[in-house]
Design a protein around this ligand. Sequence first.
Ligand SMILES: NC(=O)c1ccc[n+]([C@@H]2O[C@H](COP(=O)([O-])OP(=O)(O)OC[C@H]3O[C@@H](n4cnc5c(N)ncnc54)[C@H](OP(=O)(O)O)[C@@H]3O)[C@@H](O)[C@H]2O)c1
Length: 334
Amino acid sequence: MSKLWNFLAMVWYQLTFKPQPLPDNIRLDGLTAIVTGANVGLGFEAAKELASHGLSKLILAVRDLSKGEAAKAEISREAPECEILVWKLDQESWESMVTFSRRVSIELDRLDIVLLNAGLKRLEFTQSPTGHEAHIQINHLGTALLSLLLVEPLRRTARQTGKPSRMTITASSVAFAAPVQDILEPKGGKGIIPWLDNPGSFIPGDSRYSLSKLLDVLWTRALAARLDPTDIILNTLNPGYCKSAFHRVDATAEWASSFLAWSSAEGGYHLTDAVVRHPDSHGEYLSEQRIRPVPRIASSAKGKEVQTKLWDETIALFKAECPDANIDEFTRGE
Ligand SMILES: NC(=O)c1ccc[n+]([C@@H]2O[C@H](COP(=O)([O-])OP(=O)(O)OC[C@H]3O[C@@H](n4cnc5c(N)ncnc54)[C@H](OP(=O)(O)O)[C@@H]3O)[C@@H](O)[C@H]2O)c1
């Protein structure tokens, strides 16, 4: 889909669709949820909505504990019955992600819901401390590693309760406008991730962000194919164009948000809808709170090859750069 067509489609749904909160009769009593990027924006609003539907325990996964405590205070006012814990998580640090997942295994007796929502947009090339380009590190590698690390506690809970646990990855409709050539034919001869880490591949603007969101869609499909949906229902979604601090680096997007964007709360409604409802959405992409077709590349034969390459490269990278991560079930035979 061309960038212009994607833009027009976005304008249409922003003006005509009204995001809906979870129906009042949905109760989450007894359940435990993790939300990443939960201190502000869509993650905060989604965490608040989950808590207000009777959730028993909520882990706000944040990279700044003081911001997390402020979010906790606000959510607690609306949902005093929910036990809220603020845990440190930095997707630019392998150690932080591994420590977080160990804490989940040791300290939580169950895990029912995971919203992998943290993300960033930059218009200029920046490198994370791990050496990877920042979108690749935070939006793809960080999200992907957590999705693997949290499979075991989600699955254990599902087998105890007899009900599938839920995991949702926040993507975006900008995935439809991503520069796919960079992943179809990465230059440099070393693969997709080394090419995207190369400053020479970065075009100033939002195209790397779009590409990182396409990687979220491809990763969701690759991992979903390896999971049993009676254990974990995994999906991905577009929360729509929403007012939040997210667009602060992008003057045009920030300006247009004043008349086109939904509120952060309405963005959050999409996250809670995707992670609580739609039992038939395993491996699927949701937009406007319903299952929608994926970007064409994701369903094409060539796209499936790219998806396999992305999976293989990502798993090999975790083995090499994050050997402490317990992802053995996914590395066997790789
Ligand atoms: N807003 C939109 O229009 C829109 C549209 C489509 C998709 N999305 C997606 O929705 C998600 C949430 O966006 P938002 O609008 O709520 O943005 P936001 O207000 O900027 O929130 C982003 C969250 O991600 C966290 N984060 C960033 N880097 C991190 C890292 N290295 N480790 C851990 N957490 C990190 C941020 O923490 P700090 O506060 O500490 O920076 C913050 O909590 C993102 O994945 C974004 O791509 C947003």
